[in-house]
Design a protein around this ligand. Structure first.
Ligand code: ADP
Length: 211
């Protein structure tokens, strides 16, 4: 039988699966100090959420949710290759692919962004195949590349793995936010981070997490 998407606590519809539970946003955020859990309400951190197309973001680097070949694909990967033009594919070929959880850098060519950081998110297989760790690694490796590159002061992430790779969106958002906050708190370099969400629902979820 299909699980009705109602909240386990208050019974309201529209609940999301969060680990073992189904919760609506109100109950989730009432029971969780999101700020406490995700970085101690540190509003000084340069993090923003936008609802939009990552190919139009005027930042130093955008992140591509690529596949292991790095030779282009659908979703955000396809959009980035179309907007950047054919020189992006030519720059990806010699990179020889990329492992899941790793990241590699290319120029942005025709994009407003100077660079693209290509990362390969995990395919969701039910949660028992280190998917959460691999997703966190994607965010961490992209941030490390940005930190180590003089020309990258700002970076925009899409919601990695949450399209055809089917990582549950809410869990993915929590991992993304937690990993970014931990990284920014640990490393001195000023790096502006944008979570670029293609849907308003995704953006709203990030905003609630970052309340
Ligand atoms: P994955 O294979 O990692 O799941 P997808 O491209 O299928 O990658 O989806 C990842 C996320 O990127 C999804 O949340 C999808 O809605 C989003 N997305 C697709 N196109 C764009 C775009 N042009 N800008 C920003 N996000 C996008």
């Amino acid at each position: 039988m299909m699980k009705p998407e109602t909240c386990d606590r208050c019974g309201k519809p529209g609940a999301k699966r969060l680990g073992e539970q189904w919760l609506c946003a109100d109950c989730y955020f009432e029971g969780n100090s999101c700020c406490g859990e995700f970085g101690g309400n540190d509003r000084s951190l340069p993090i923003q959420v936008v609802h939009g197309d990552i190919t139009r973001q005027e930042v130093d680097a955008i992140v591509n949710a690529a596949n292991r070949t790095l030779l282009g694909g659908g979703g955000v990967d396809g959009a980035i290759h179309r907007a950047a033009g054919p020189r992006l594919l030519a720059a990806c070929v010699p990179l020889g692919g990329c492992k899941t959880g790793e990241a590699k850098l290319t120029p942005g060519f025709r994009l407003p962004a100077k660079y693209v950081i290509h990362t390969v998110g995990p395919v969701w297989k039910g949660g028992g195949k280190s998917e959460a760790d691999l997703l966190a690694s994607c965010y961490k490796r992209c941030l490390e590349i940005a930190r180590d590159h003089d020309e990258i002061q700002s970076i925009a992430f899409p919601c990695i793995s949450t399209g055809v790779y089917h990582f549950p969106k809410e869990e993915a958002a929590e991992i993304a936010v937690k990993t970014v906050i931990e990284f920014l708190q640990r490393h001195g370099k000023q790096l502006d981070v944008t979570f670029c969400c293609f849907s308003d629902a995704d953006a709203e979820w990030y905003r609630r997490i970052l309340c």
